[in-house]
Design a protein around this ligand. Sequence first.
Ligand code: IFM
Length: 445
Amino acid sequence: MDAMPAIPEDFLIGAATAAYQIEGGVDEDGRGPSIWDVFCREPGRIHGGDTGDVAADHYHRYADDVREMQALGLDAYRFSIAWPRLYPNGDSRLNERGLDFYQRLAESLLDAGIRPFATLFHWDLPAALQERGGWANRDTALRFADYAHTVFRRLGSLIPHFITLNEPGTYTLMGHVLGEHAPGLQSLETAVAVSHHLLLGHGFAVQAFRAENLPGAQIGLTNVLSPVRPKTGAAADRAAAARVDAVSNRWFLEPVLHRRYPDLLREAGVDRVVQPGDFAIVSQPIDFLGVNYYRSTIASASPSDPLLGASMEEPGQTRTAMGWGVDPDGLHQLLLDLHAEAPNLPVYITENGAAYPDVLTGRDVHDANRVAFLREHLEAALAARAAGADVRGWFVWSLLDNFEWAFGYSKRFGVLYVDYPTQARIWKDSARWLQSVCQRRRTEG
Ligand code: IFM
């Protein structure tokens, strides 16, 4: 990869978080329980028995956190809205105090000159809705649209960018096939229904957004995408790679972009839950695609594998603390491929980052590995942009160390180190590097 190209004026540099991972304050101001509150209390589900009860205490410290973002020089901040703060019971009773929090957060960001990007569903479904079947129940898509509509009506003048869903694929697979995330189910049949209703909810939310006619505001969907290459040119490896690609990438992309499910999903029975007219809803035009990128995949045929008949490896010279291979070229290729597939669809990289075993020494965290990861991936994104891909921005995952789902607090992704006992925020070297990038972006812009 060549040296980092200049950062274009309209290319945003940001950082991302999600409500359950940072907020804490789970019992405050009328918030209802989410499926993650329930899941964390089930013995053995989360590393060390950790929960999001306190997390990074952002619910109380959001104003300080916005000041940190301002000091970093970020153009944009992506956060998620906790549905159970607004609708604690999953029904139509709105909790105004929950809405107030996000209004205050959005106003603080705007006052600091930081553009808010708000995700509406980053996995924290109200527990009351899971009791009625969760996303396996088609009605949840309608409840989601009502919640989304409230957000657009009440906060739409403050928030210029909305993301309907974060990584519906991860939510579906980890929560309903592997059972490693809330709600902890293991049923392919349920997962297939969940996936379709998530996409339907996305489409309904886009319709509600358009109905509000918010001047200048935009809406998109965020998928995690992992380019898949066959290990060899052999037909069996290419077929295995296509199956892995269908599950990892195409499942949540094709219905939105091309009004169809991949064949593999049709074989898994998705047609049972698709009703006439659904694809028209799911494929409502979006203003941008959010891409979360962490790693890529090499697939080969493995007839003994029961799920996909494939085995997977991750290319990369080095690994992160999650064991994920580091492959910035995969991001470059992915962005070019997306541009070829949907040339008129702008892309934001809504998450990109790495966990490493950070060590706090005095007031320092020397995370040279994370600095290299971020620099190489930003360079890859900028090179793809220079080659014609319509990439509009890049968000580091994450602003803060946080609750990494089943891994609890054992994995640190932040550029700001969180000292959990004191909740102090400590700048890692990667934060200083990010600040220098933002400064450079401003002088070049
Ligand atoms: O922490 C998660 C985030 O919630 C969704 N995308 C991947 C991140 C790292 O695993």
